[in-house]
Write a protein that binds this ligand. Sequence first.
Ligand SMILES: C[S@@+](CC[C@H](N)C(=O)[O-])C[C@H]1O[C@@H](n2cnc3c(N)ncnc32)[C@H](O)[C@@H]1O
Length: 340
Amino acid sequence: MVRSLSFRRCTSLSLRRLNILLYRGVSTTGNSTVPPEGSNGGITRSPPPIRVALTESAGRGVFATRRIGSGDLIHTAAPVVAHPSISLRHKVCYFCLKQLGIDRNSAYIQEEPTGNTNQRFHFCSEDCRESSKVFHEVECQADWSVYDEYCRSHQLKYPLLVKRLACMVISGALPANQLDILQPEKLTSEMIPAMEEEFGLLWSTLTESCISNEQMAFLTKQWYISILARIRINAFRVELVGMSYEDLLSSAAASVEAEAAVGNAVYMLPSFYNHDCDPNAHIVWTENANARMKALRDIPEGEELRICYIDASMDRDARQARLLEGFGFRCNCLRCVSGD
Ligand SMILES: C[S@@+](CC[C@H](N)C(=O)[O-])C[C@H]1O[C@@H](n2cnc3c(N)ncnc32)[C@H](O)[C@@H]1O
């Protein structure tokens, strides 16, 4: 009894702290890291009408603190870390994932000192090139050809996010424990060897550069695995609404991966939205990796906001299998329970 009481107190305290923490970096009209759409600097920072609290059966979740109207923008969120799909690396901004114009020569290009054209980076604006310094200055000190080729040939996208995050930690832009509050995937022993191999490649790539042992002290096997376990559950595939599916597929045609996403990204607050096969909210990307959480219908105060993690048009068994395989849970939303 005493234990459960103090546990509850402790949980509500940490949830309160969590909400304060999560409100940083989100707003109802703008965000902080990636330049906001139509960047005008006039960002208001009113707290969004939501809070994170414990749900009955799905861990923490996001709840409405007032009525939200159908179609309302609930909040926007800037990614903690984002990375373009390998196949689209030269077609989208290396920082914010905005699609570059047909004439990519007009983009802001940064060449590597080696002159290797694979090591050429495109940015949509001077702002993005400047903002990318939080990872890019460290990244440029190492030769990533083996690491990137490993990710490409194994069709891996998440190790690219870990690489970028590691560079941000080395540059001092983020603490090494930035993603600790996110739920990790439950790992099985079969998953570990591949993760250890990826870690070995990341570690050797960075140690062969001029980065000091002191700056690399956080980069242990445990750190890598714990970050990857969180990214695997919480990363979003960024699909821009302005870009047609055909555009994406044709851009990615040369890739074995051929996936219709400009990249992948991890956010703080959006990571706390649980799944429902008949969601009341959804996430949209209009121009770049800035996420916009929108209401799909009227949501009364107190209702949990849920998004759909998968293709909701699949049948019940396919949805259940996909959620179990990709996210490690059995969905018991109303739609699944009713057998729809
Ligand atoms: C992105 S996280 C969502 C936030 C998470 N509940 C937390 O406490 O951090 C995804 C995880 O939440 C849980 N979850 C999300 N939707 C669920 C659902 N419909 N039923 C059961 N668990 C769910 C699962 O454990 C899943 O792996």
